[in-house]
Design a protein around this ligand. Structure first.
Ligand code: DAH
Length: 351
């Protein structure tokens, strides 16, 4: 009798497990309250599975293994089903109302243009609008393009190893010290009219400090045609200064000397910090120097195969670092090549 009861009890357990398994597979809940009710019905301490666990204590020892396994399986399946329904609810809720698709995205920090690139682009775009085309030349150059063609005397100090990086001793291969070399390269290949603007990197054998570097950047301008006069140069310089530094900017030209221009001049603009009144930045003069310029020396035209009787022209050259310093008051030249993001990020809002 005792044995018979046990058998029934075991079959009862197995049937019950099967029945609950069936139910669980088809569980459905329409809202979270229903889901919670199901969880309580099956998985809470007083739920159906827990009460089966209680019954399990009276299962015959030889059946414990089989029934124990089935019970465990039931419990995991029930838990998995409840979790699955819960996830489905959460996803539905999310797509129904909890995600606000109109919200702005998290701020995404994009890279910034380097201040020298910003200023280079601005200079070039001003000259582009005046009809100048971009021309570029190599940074590794030879004596002819950097010095000789540009009328530098044989004993000019710039040719000295102290000032210029020569790449191979005993040869005339060197790193260009100015972008004026691009003038020669273009004039050798093209007959006038020539109207070019040449941005690029240049190298000089200087000790690095806050005000000097062994490499920096220049923009060279050149215009060769019939009847080009100093007045044309002045007009273009004035337009450039006003575009770059604002409409109230004044210019002043001081006589100077460059081997490749005759006459030569240096151009100052009215100090863009104090408006010309005088401040520490302009050393209380009201003026700051920004570029060199002049009428192309006839010798240079002839060196490049251009007839200096028919043609004349002007040239100008400026340092991009210098213009950037004036625009943004960067006091230490070394900042431009250190790539410290704290410095670079300050130019995020510039073009
Ligand atoms: N090449 C000169 C320099 O590196 C700058 C310069 C001055 C360029 C006068 C010119 C010019 O074209 O006319 O200092």
């Amino acid at each position: 009798m005792y044995l018979c009861m046990k058998k029934i009890e075991n079959r009862y357990m197995i049937n019950k497990i099967r029945k609950i398994l069936d139910e669980i597979e088809n569980l459905k809940a329409n809202n979270s309250d229903e889901l919670e009710a199901l969880r309580i019905q099956y998985l809470s301490k007083k739920g159906e599975i827990s009460s089966l666990m209680d019954d399990f204590r009276s299962v015959a020892a030889e059946q414990k293994r089989e029934i124990g396994q089935k019970l465990n399986e039931l419990k995991t399946k029930a838990q998995a089903k409840i979790n699955e329904l819960k996830e489905r609810f959460e996803m539905q809720n999310a797509s129904d109302n909890s995600i606000d698709l109109t919200r702005t995205a998290y701020p995404y920090r994009v890279g910034t243009r380097h201040p020298l690139s910003i200023v280079r682009k601005e200079i070039c775009s001003i000259f582009n609008r005046l009809g100048f085309n971009i021309a570029e030349g190599p940074e590794i150059e030879d004596d002819w393009h950097v010095f000789s063609s540009l009328n530098f005397a044989a004993d000019h100090p710039a040719r000295d190893m102290q000032d210029t990086f020569f790449l191979q001793t005993g040869t005339d291969i060197l790193l260009r010290t100015h972008t004026s070399s691009v003038q020669t390269r273009v004039m050798e290949k093209t007959q006038p009219p020539i109207r070019i603007i040449c941005p690029g990197r240049v190298y000089r054998n200087e000790a690095i400090s806050y005000r000097a570097h062994c490499f920096f950047h220049q923009v060279e301008g050149l215009y060769i045609d019939k009847n080009v006069s100093f007045a044309d140069l002045k007009q273009v310089l004035m337009l450039f200064a006003k575009e770059m530094f604002g409409n109230d900017t004044k210019i002043r030209l001081r006589p100077s000397f460059f081997p490749f221009t005759e006459p030569s001049a240096e151009m100052d603009i009215s100090c863009n910090l104090c408006g010309g009144k005088g401040c520490a930045f302009c050393k209380h003069t009201g003026w700051v120097e920004i570029l060199g310029c002049g009428m192309v020396d006839p010798n240079v035209l002839e060196n490049c195969g251009i007839d200096s009787i028919i043609y004349s022209g002007y040239a100008l050259g400026m340092g991009i670092e210098r213009i950037t310093n004036l625009k943004y008051q960067v006091k230490d030249l070394r900042l431009f090549s250190e790539n410290d993001v704290r410095f670079l990020r300050q130019f995020e809002s510039a073009i």
